[in-house]
Design a protein. Sequence first.
Length: 498
Amino acid sequence: MAEREHWKNRSVFIMAAIGSAIGLGNMWRFPYIAVQNGGGAFLIPYMIALLTAGIPLMIIEYGLGIQTQGSSHIALGRIWKPLRFVGWVAILCALVINIYYCMILGWTWEFLFDISGIGTWGNSMAASNAHFSNTIHISSGPWDFETIYWNLVFGLFLTWIIIWAIIKNGLSGIGKALLFTVPLPVILLLILLVRGVTLDGSVVGLNYYLIPDWGKLSDPKVWLAAYGQIFFSLSLGFGTMIAYASFMPKDAELPNSAAITSFSNCCFSFLAGLAVFSVLGYFAVATNSPIEKVVNGGPGLAFIVYPAALAKLPVYVNFFAALFFITLLLLGIGSAFSLLKTVSAALSDKFNLSMPVSTTITACFSFLAGLPLATGAGLYWLDIIDHFIMAYAITTVAIVECIAVGWIMGAKKFTEKVNKTAEIKIGPIFSCMIKFVTPTILAYTIIRSLTEEIKTSYGGYPGSAVIALGVGTLMFVLLAAMVLTLVSTKNDKEQGIA
């Protein structure tokens, strides 16, 4: 088996982990979730969720990767061989997520290419909404495919070519890309923030974003939303952090690295909220509309509301609009190549493939699998698949990780290994979190989501679509994970997990 490559140094590893964690969701999901759950008051459960679930899970994944020097299936398989299956579930979730994630980047290219016309197609919310629908060709429902739209295929292809080129030769390509995909989005976001807070009416948006609604803290849904956002935002549960950590030497420091990654991600989310809502406040004042009417969650915030707000800027409209979409692309590409690396590294570990070969196989398969998303039904497919992967598969993987480390390996044994090189020691509080608090909260989120699914079909979609796309995707992940677990290779035997 070929010798495993390593990051150049700890700083490059941390930058890679931050680049993976910070993605498109930081720009649209956190601000919206915060506003819906108490504004400034939401920061309290959010920080508690970070400390009780985010950082402990990050420490677990870093620890498993560093100690086993292998991908998720190896890391969990070393604890208990049947857990290889769960490791492959995590890796295949990364594969599925990247398939639709790259389609969103394909949309972003389309908006960037059409930026010169933003004064026309973004001159009102209605016009911006119509442009979004026309650009990604939204059909009447998940079974109305219409046709494959080649402008979307081109954006998808361009995205895959870029991320394939970045990682095909291993960590050296990632290290070079990190020089752009980590600091540049931060710089661009700060430029947008400075411009946003100097606009007339920005204070309206900032007040809406930050003024605390303390009464919300008594609502259990707010706390669940905080834990869900932390979990979603930190790229936990789909093997990426395990894979990235596996390229660090065994004596690498762990808890402090996990804390730096986690806090950096959360700070970026908070700054993104300031930038987004300062501009939305300007838009609300400029159009004499209540800000509640211009706040939408999900892709609508990035592709409908924000362009409409940017089109209202008094100067340099095209420049700031281009800046915004370039920021989205850099954020997305940083996360996308980490997901691709997760899968290609696992294939290399399993079948002893070279990195260029495993990367090419994964990229080609993912591009072809993403073609249905380039049809009129693409947005619906993306929404359903994303919900089921995030609500059930990823959350289950995280619960298993907590049980594996906390109970099967033993929290005390894991803690002793981590503390040998730790700058910040972990102890009984960490053990309590991973054995009791974190898995209990995550299990409750699954039960709650499943209860809602039973009462009402997700998103109001036809039951056939929810079953075929949501449940069908979960079944694909489980069956493929089972096959990859049962098919034994020479490398499995060498790694002691066969």
